[in-house]
Ligand binder design. Structure first.
Ligand code: S3P
Length: 450
């Protein structure tokens, strides 16, 4: 199990208006996939705008361990010299994916149908997360997994030397599971079919098509049916990673709750499988506009403009929207405190198996900050007190979860008393420039306790 360094307590306090331009880093999901798919081509893939957060850097290390040459050219420019589909070499050491569920699950898929063995581990958060959701479908290809009780890391995966193609109905709404099966299907002969009942982020499908795989996606009564032809020769690509909507969520939400704010967050991917938060905020009455809407690299992109919105109202978030904003519920629940009335979030069981149990982590922290929260297994409700009325004044455990830490830092920017987290260090997994970027907008986040 890998560890984290010394905890970094952080405190955020009420500040003047947030203003200016917030250039958030590259998309985490697309960054992982760029490195992994680059490693599965013969030839050089060039990547600009790669997220240089710990999660993605761990995936870069892993791709090197499997035999790819991954080079950092500086300024977000990277290249990958791949080894081809089925070309992974057996790693000499343990593959440590740190905090990253996406990293470990996608890499497991990518090596599962090659005749090699690899041992995976991660930090305490990752070692507590379920891997059976990935190793169960990988077993259908012929892959064997031996892990700790309950299908937890550390875990050894023995790849299938003679994989068979698979037809798999994904039982939970998870892009990581879908992607692991598709990446495994790349090195199986014939057609691998993945069916998802609820659409989840579709970056793997889009990028596989971009890399030259034969992949077909059809919406049917059964759900989205994805058919992949195995053993293609993937073609190296030039990838410009768009900025991450999940990171944009933090400056956007901060601007909505801090009086007088007006923030522009340029170049944000608005792929419908990712943009649910922004739709929800607009339904709540947020002054959030899309400027300069365009298509870049086949994805819808816009500059987001968020202005202080003192009249937001709580709403019921449709469960069908959950997958498209699954990482954004923590910060949405903070915005909900500054709206009036109840914000009802249903159909969100998956939040309990993220980097932390996010319903529990947020509910405890919000209650400590004076907010009424009700919760059940797959739902929670936050009763807002309205702009200016949120007490704050609590220290919250971030539980090795970057989004919990950032959500409470956003809360402290507009609550009556400051908010602290015991450890802000996990923020570097996805948003390494969070502190300077928020400071440049006018936020007061300090490395201090209380
Ligand atoms: C991701 C999928 C989601 C999301 C994670 C990134 C991906 O996880 O929470 O941050 O890149 O595929 P699940 O697949 O577990 O829903």
């Amino acid at each position: 199990m890998s560890g984290h360094g010394t905890p970094v307590p952080m405190t955020s306090r009420a500040c003047g208006p947030l203003t200016g331009v917030a250039e958030v880093p590259g998309d985490k999901s697309i960054s992982h996939r760029s490195l992994i798919l680059g490693a599965m081509c013969v030839g050089e893939t060039r990547i600009t705008g790669l997220l240089e957060g710990d999660d993605v850097l761990d995936t870069a290390k892993a791709m090197r361990a499997f035999g790819a040459t991954v080079t950092d050219h500086g300024g977000g420019e990277w290249s990958v010299q791949g080894v081809g589909v089925g070309g992974f070499a057996e790693p000499a050491g343990v593959i440590d994916c740190g905090n990253s569920g996406t990293g470990v699950r996608l890499i497991m898929g990518a090596m599962a149908t090659t005749g090699i063995t690899a041992i995976f581990t991660g930090d305490a958060s990752l070692c507590s997360r379920p891997m059976g959701r990935v190793t169960d479908p990988l077993a259908l290809f012929g892959t064997r997994a031996v892990g700790r009780e309950g299908g937890r890391l550390p875990m050894t995966l023995v790849g299938a030397a003679d994989p068979v193609p698979v037809r798999y109905v994904v039982p939970v709404p998870s892009a990581q599971v879908k992607s692991a099966v598709l990446l495994a299907g790349l090195n199986a002969p014939g057609q691998t079919v993945v069916i998802e009942k609820e659409a989840t982020r579709d970056h793997t499908e889009r990028m596989l098509a971009g890399f030259g795989a034969e992949i077909d996606v059809e919406d049917t009564d059964e759900g989205r049916v994805i058919t992949l032809q195995g053993q293609p020769e993937l073609q190296p690509q030039q990838i410009a990673v768009p900025r991450d909507p999940s990171s944009a969520a933090f400056p956007v939400c901060a601007a909505l709750i801090v009086p007088g704010s007006d923030v522009l967050v340029p170049g944000i991917g608005l792929n419908p499988t990712r943009a649910g938060l922004f739709t929800t905020l607009r339904e709540m009455g947020a002054d959030l506009t899309y400027e300069n809407e365009r298509i870049e690299g086949g994805e819808p992109v816009a500059d987001l403009r968020a202005r202080y919105s003192p009249d937001m109202k709580g709403i019921s978030v449709p469960p069908a929207r959950a997958a498209s904003m699954i990482d954004e519920y923590p910060v949405l629940s903070v915005v909900a405190c500054f709206a009036t009335g109840v914000t009802d979030m249903q159909g969100v069981r998956e939040l309990r198996v993220k980097e932390s149990d996010r319903i529990d982590a947020m509910a405890k922290g919000l209650r400590a900050a004076g907010i009424d929260v009700a919760e059940g297994d797959d739902w929670w409700q936050v009763t807002g007190l309205g702009a200016g009325n949120v007490p704050g004044g609590a220290t919250v455990e971030s539980r090795l979860d970057h989004r919990i830490a950032m959500a409470f830092m956003v809360m402290g920017m507009a609550s009556q008393k400051p908010m602290s987290v015991d450890d802000g260090s996990p923020i570097t997994t996805s948003f390494p420039i969070f502190e300077p970027l928020m400071a440049q907008l006018g936020a007061q986040v300090s490395r201090a306790n209380g």
